[in-house]
Design a protein around this ligand. Structure first.
Ligand code: SAH
Length: 341
């Protein structure tokens, strides 16, 4: 059975035409899917006979909302969604003055093994399909009753470890025939899979690329991010430069400050040396405590920021949202899977 949300518009058109219908039907189906229908039966501008035939070959996925938490502090909403095979993922909606931003997952678990991250404990179960990634956006928008203005691929999983499905999702979510979210309103965060950064660069999109750097050198980065053994800091910087050259877009480097590990003045200076002259921005994140990990929040976030700014590197501190609802990704899913055991 085909999940219609896994198909691009062109694939959908082919499917419809192969079934002997006019290609024009594909546009109608695509629009229904993005409006949030949960079954083929709801596509009332298709004939009953075609809906029946389509239902024998395809279906419309719909996540089960297992849990919804709303922050009393800032209105951040967190969903725990159950997938058809019993796995679960998290999605977070943040409310900003400029609109709703949805933070979505791309995999069930993660195999990247970053030392400070909750999502990777227990490894990767599987990739999400393009439809399951899209479902998070559609569900959140329908549930809150407001259009989503920004998407961030910063939930559970490494998007570039599920590159093909993420690309189909991006193609669909930016398609003017559907939800139609502009590339400039989408941010994708990677731990630094170099070949995929280059592949994306060659697509010349306006996507905001975020790179989880978290260390100014190989010695520290090797300790906290195993991916660095494969793609080291200088190779990663080369890929970042290439991305900027191909797209003319500013890159965001994420840097989670961990007490005693990467938060000293000398680290800030070394980071400034590394990024000097690059079209980039640094997003400093006070590390979130994860129960299973021993890393502590840094107490020198502002000092770190000052060093970068003095050196002419643009830096901001990420505002912590939804701290009362375990909004940082991975934690709720962990609590749920532990309960199930
Ligand atoms: N796999 C992607 C996206 C997922 S996480 C990536 O690695 O970029 C989104 C961001 O949160 C990443 O920068 C990640 O390193 C960071 N992060 C994960 N766990 C964290 C924690 N406990 N505290 C602070 N930041 C964390």
């Amino acid at each position: 059975m085909i999940n219609l949300k896994d198909l691009t518009y062109d694939d959908l058109k082919k499917l419809v035409e192969d079934m002997g219908e006019s290609g024009f039907r594909a546009g109608q189906i695509f629009a229904w899917l993005h409006k949030g229908v949960t079954s083929i039966d709801e596509m009332t501008n298709l004939s009953l006979e075609f809906r029946k035939r389509l239902s024998s070959a395809a279906f419309v996925s719909c996540p089960k909302n297992l849990l919804k938490r709303t922050s009393k502090l800032d209105g951040t909403v967190k969903y725990l969604f159950g997938l058809a095979d019993g796995n679960c993922i998290e999605t977070v909606v943040m409310k900003y003055n400029h609109g709703l931003s949805v933070c979505i997952s791309t995999q069930v678990g993660c195999r990247m093994g970053c030392g400070f991250c909750a999502s990777t404990i227990g490894g990767k179960q599987r990739n999400l399909t393009p439809g399951e990634i899209l479902d998070q956006v559609i569900f959140a928008s329908a549930d809150i009753g407001q259009r989503i203005s920004n998407i961030v691929l910063m939930g559970i999983g490494e998007p570039f470890d599920n590159y093909d499905n993420v690309m189909i999702f991006l193609k669909n979510v930016t398609d003017p025939k559907g939800i139609n979210i502009g590339w400039r309103h989408i941010s994708l965060s990677t731990c630094g899979i170099v070949p995929k950064i280059k592949e994306l660069a060659d697509m010349h999109t306006q996507l905001n690329l975020c790179i989880s750097l978290h260390a100014p050198n190989d010695e520290i980065r090797n300790k906290i991010m195993p991916v660095n053994h494969k793609y080291g800091v200088s190779e990663l910087m080369g890929a970042a430069e290439y991305y900027i050259k191909q797209t003319n877009r500013r890159i965001t480097f994420e840097y989670s400050l961990i007490k005693g590990i990467n938060d000293k003045k000398e680290h800030a200076e070394e980071l400034a040396d590394l990024l000097s002259g690059m079209l980039c921005h640094v997003n400093l994140i006070p590390v979130n405590r994860v129960r299973e990990r021993s890393f502590e929040k840094s107490s020198s976030v502002e000092k770190f920021k000052e060093v970068l700014e003095r050196r002419g590197i643009n830096a901001t501190v990420r505002r912590e949202l939804g701290s009362d609802i375990s909004a940082s990704c991975g934690q709720l899913r962990r609590q749920q899977t532990e309960k199930a055991r």
